[in-house]
Design a protein around this ligand. Structure first.
Ligand SMILES: Cc1cc2nc3c(=O)[nH]c(=O)nc-3n(C[C@H](O)[C@H](O)[C@H](O)COP(=O)(O)OP(=O)(O)OC[C@H]3O[C@@H](n4cnc5c(N)ncnc54)[C@H](O)[C@@H]3O)c2cc1C
Length: 461
């Protein structure tokens, strides 16, 4: 039932090797991990032990202590779960592809999950290149999108409307539970000559890594699959009936799943399957479920389509449309009423209390409500000397503070503020034809003062 997620990248002449190797990198979980299921099936079929490997590098672009702490908590959680499954889990402090190359020398099969960003794709390509002279099978398994990226579309899509039918017409076929797979061989006793890390305390493990420690871990969000499942269950039990009110940042009806989706602590396939089950037992949820699936599947997978097919997804030049560049160029010299530096933005010190509250949510908790993310980025466009500077500031703050930063959605969300996947609007100063947002919109659509109060009490101000 899951062959449609597996792509064979290399076949071997014979099945030779001491074990089946699953290089886990994107899908940091057990549940609904199609790559893990495939690896367990191969281990049982060939009666070879299964080894799961994860490489922790200190050189991941833009990652800091906040991100690493969240990820380490997840790895500690996984370490215990793999022990219960009697599967050897090797967490190694090394660049992920280097550790994989070492371990694959004695493996019969290499299974890897799919990565979409430039760094993730480069890692995988290096491993494939290195494996050319080895007699090894390599399969890549896609488990972090509901519809595998090239199955949804084989080109960069223009907007949600152009990809929606392609995705929604395949959702029944792909939103299914993976087969049950129980490992038959205990691999816990296998040993490897690699710098191996047993995580007893995420903070302690991080001390030996040379990472940026300036951004503290989030107290609001704890990482890991167990936490992800808890947050999702709370959403399904308590909040989804009110999801139609998700655009009210003063209320709490969104799912808060983006940090967990980013680290692969939960699968979007599982979210869809369980959400549709909830709808079956309560048909009144239909409107909420439709809106949620639109965000989780159509919008999210449009973001992955953008970064997968557009090599300029993370740079000002090339990330948006020509009409947007033309209008930005025309209005780059327009008089700005306020100008702020990156440091002033980071200190939440603008003249606008609503914007400052959003920035506080980001700096202190690692999250920001969707509606405020749009307002936040649009105002950076308004309060910087030109659009290229605005883009650089927005993407760097986004990726520095958000737990879900450096994601396909990060690059697409920021690009959207510069016209990507959007249309031209009525022309006005500074923005030209880019969509404009102002504080009257906030006041009209929801209780923005209640949002400010909520954030202040959350961070103890
Ligand atoms: C300027 C800007 C920057 C953004 N930066 C990021 C980022 O760094 N990381 C990130 O994950 N998202 C980003 N987003 C998209 C969106 O705001 C977040 O995914 C959402 O706020 C996450 O909260 P949630 O999980 O409670 O969302 P929910 O409303 O519960 O939605 C469920 C899931 O659907 C997806 N989703 C929701 N809204 C969008 C959207 N507009 N586009 C694509 N997918 C969506 C997310 O995966 C989300 O977890 C950004 C949006 C903008 C406008």
């Amino acid at each position: 039932m899951m062959n449609n997620r597996i792509q064979n990248l290399k076949s071997s002449v014979s099945i030779k090797g001491d074990y089946i190797l699953y290089w886990m990198q994107q899908s940091q979980r057990i549940s609904y991990n199609h790559a893990l299921t495939h690896a367990i099936n191969l281990s049982n079929d060939h009666q070879l032990p299964l080894v799961v490997y994860f490489g922790v590098t200190d050189y991941y672009p833009e990652a800091n202590l906040r991100h690493y702490h969240f990820m380490m908590a997840g790895l500690q959680d996984l370490q215990n779960k793999f022990r219960d499954l009697q599967i050897r889990f090797v967490i190694c402090k090394t660049s992920p592809e280097t550790g994989c190359m070492e371990l694959m020398k004695n493996a019969a099969y290499l299974i890897m999950d799919k990565g979409y960003t430039r760094t993730q794709r480069e890692w995988r390509q290096k491993v494939i290149d290195k494996a050319r002279n080895l007699d090894i099978n390599i399969d890549e398994v896609e488990s972090d999108l509901v519809i595998p990226i090239e199955t949804a579309s084989n080109k960069e899509e223009y907007a949600a409307r152009t990809i929606r039918t392609k995705i929604m017409s395949k959702i029944r076929e792909y939103a299914i539970e993976p087969d049950d797979a129980v490992p038959q061989i205990n691999s816990l006793e296998l040993t490897f000559d690699l710098p191996f890390e047993e995580i007893t305390d995420p903070m302690l493990s991080l001390e030996s890594l040379d990472i940026d420690t300036s951004i503290k871990p989030s107290e609001r969000f704890k990482g890991g699959e167990t936490q992800a499942q808890r947050v999702f269950s709370e959403f399904l039990n308590d909040r989804i009936p009110f999801y139609t009110l998700r655009n009210h940042p003063e209320l709490d009806y969104c799912s808060y799943l983006s940090p967990y989706l980013h680290f692969g602590h939960i699968s979007p396939v599982e979210i869809v399957v369980r959400t549709i089950d909830a709808l079956r037992s309560n048909p009144e949820l239909e409107e909420s479920v439709d809106s949620f699936i639109e965000e989780l599947v159509v919008r999210r997978e449009l973001s992955f389509n953008f970064i997968y097919f557009n090599p300029n997804y993370d740079s000002f030049k090339g990330m948006t449309y020509q009409w947007a560049y033309d209008t930005m160029e025309l209005h780059n010299e327009d008089q700005r009423d306020y100008l702020y530096s990156t440091e002033e933005f980071e200190s939440c010190a603008t003249h606008d209390p609503y914007w400052n509250a959003a920035m506080k949510e980001m700096v202190h908790t690692g999250f920001m409500h969707t509606y405020m993310r749009m307002y936040w980025c649009k105002k950076i466009i308004e309060w910087t000397p030109d659009c290229e500077t605005a883009y650089e500031i927005a993407i760097s703050l986004n990726n520095k503070y958000f737990l879900d930063g450096r994601d396909a959605n990060s690059f697409t969300g920021v690009a959207w503020c510069f016209g990507k996947h959007d249309r031209a609007w009525i022309e006005r100063p500074v923005f030209g034809k880019l969509r404009y947002m102002n504080e009257n919109g906030l006041k009209r659509k929801f209780d923005i003062d209640a949002y400010v109060k909520k954030i202040n009490s959350m961070i103890g101000e």
